[in-house]
Design a protein around this ligand. Structure first.
Ligand code: SF4
Length: 274
C-alpha cells in the first residue's frame, strides 16, 4: 500500500521547486520574478484559480468518500460542496472573469462540470487522494542531485486488481489536449518521476499517467488520455530543471509577451518595467 513518505518538516527544511513554479518560469521568466522572487501582489485573480480549486475540492470529496465508505457521494451533495467552495473562494476577491462571464455564470458552468465529472468518472481502486511529496531530483547517469527538491501533490493514485499503479491528474480547460501536449506534458513526467523516487511505479521503470480533462465547452464534456513516462522522459526533465534553476540563479528574468499576458496578474507592473 502506498504511504505518503513526505513529512511536513521535509517541505520546510529544504529548498524546493514545484511544477507550478517551473511552468510559470517556462511561460514567462519575468512573471516568475514578479511572483516568486519579488512577491508582488496580484492586480487581480484570474477566474480559473478559484474555479480549478472548487472543482478539485469537489473531486477530492468524491474520491475520499468512495475510498472511506465504498459509496459514491450523492450528486446533490457534491454539487453543494462545489458551490460552497466557489462562493467562499470568490467572496471579496478581486476576480477577473472571462468576457461576458460573471460569478453566477461561472458558478453555473462549474455545476455542469461537476455533473459531467460525476457521470463519467470510473475510478479503479483508490490508493491515495491529494498525496503530498518532496523528492530529490537525481540524474541516474551521473548521480548528480539538483540543489532543490521537487515538491507537489498527487491528485489521485489508483491501482487495478493486479496492484498496477496509475497517477491521475484532473484538468479543466476549454480546449482538448493534443497528442503532443500529452506526450510532452512536464507535470506528468515530474509526478511519475516523484512516484518512482518514493519507491513505486506502474511497470519496470515506467509509470502510467491518466489525465481526466473536464472541458468547459457550451456542452461540457470529459475526455480521458493516457501517457507512459519512463527514464528517457525523466532524464530530459532533469536537464530542463537544471537549466531553469541555473537561469534563476543568474537572474535571467526576461518577459515573454504573448497570449498569456491577457490573464497575467502583473500586467501594470510589467508595462512600467518596459
Ligand atoms: S504581462 Fe506578459 S510579459 Fe509581462 S510578466 Fe505577465 S506574462 Fe510576462
Amino acid at each position: 500500500m502506498l504511504q505518503p513518505k513526505t513529512k511536513r518538516e521535509d517541505f520546510d527544511r529544504y529548498l524546493h521547486i514545484s511544477y507550478t513554479q517551473l511552468n510559470t518560469y517556462l511561460k514567462c521568466p519575468q512573471k516568475y520574478e514578479f511572483q516568486y522572487v519579488r512577491g508582488i501582489p496580484w492586480e487581480f485573480v484570474p477566474e480559473y484559480f478559484p474555479f480549478g480549486r472548487a472543482i478539485h475540492e469537489a473531486a477530492k470529496l468524491f474520491y475520499k468518500t468512495l475510498k472511506e465508505t465504498g459509496q459514491r457521494i450523492p450528486l446533490a451533495d457534491l454539487t453543494q460542496h462545489f458551490k460552497q467552495t466557489w462562493d467562499k473562494e470568490t467572496q471579496g476577491n478581486n476576480i477577473r472573469y472571462k468576457e461576458n462571464q460573471n460569478r453566477d455564470t461561472t458558478r453555473e458552468k462549474g455545476t455542469q462540470l461537476v455533473r459531467v465529472f460525476y457521470e463519467n468518472v470510473a475510478p479503479q481502486r483508490i490508493i491515495g487522494v491529494e498525496v503530498p511529496f518532496s523528492v530529490d531530483l537525481v540524474l541516474e547517469e551521473t548521480g548528480e542531485v539538483l540543489p532543490c527538491k521537487l515538491t507537489g501533490i498527487f491528485d489521485l493514485i489508483e491501482s487495478d486488481e493486479e496492484d498496477t499503479l496509475v497517477i491521475v491528474e484532473l484538468k479543466t480547460s476549454s480546449k482538448r489536449f493534443s497528442d503532443d501536449q500529452i506526450d510532452l506534458d512536464l507535470q506528468g513526467t515530474l509526478y511519475s518521476y516523484a512516484l518512482k523516487q518514493i519507491g513505486f511505479r506502474t511497470n519496470g521503470d515506467e509509470t502510467l499517467v491518466r489525465y481526466d480533462q473536464l472541458l468547459k465547452h457550451k456542452n461540457p464534456d470529459m475526455e480521458t488520455y493516457y501517457a507512459v513516462k519512463g527514464n528517457i522522459d525523466y532524464t530530459w526533465a532533469h536537464h530542463l530543471v537544471r537549466k531553469v534553476l541555473r537561469a534563476i540563479d543568474h537572474e535571467v528574468f526576461h518577459p515573454i509577451p504573448g497570449w498569456q499576458c491577457k490573464e497575467c496578474p502583473f500586467g501594470t507592473t510589467c508595462q512600467k518595467k518596459q
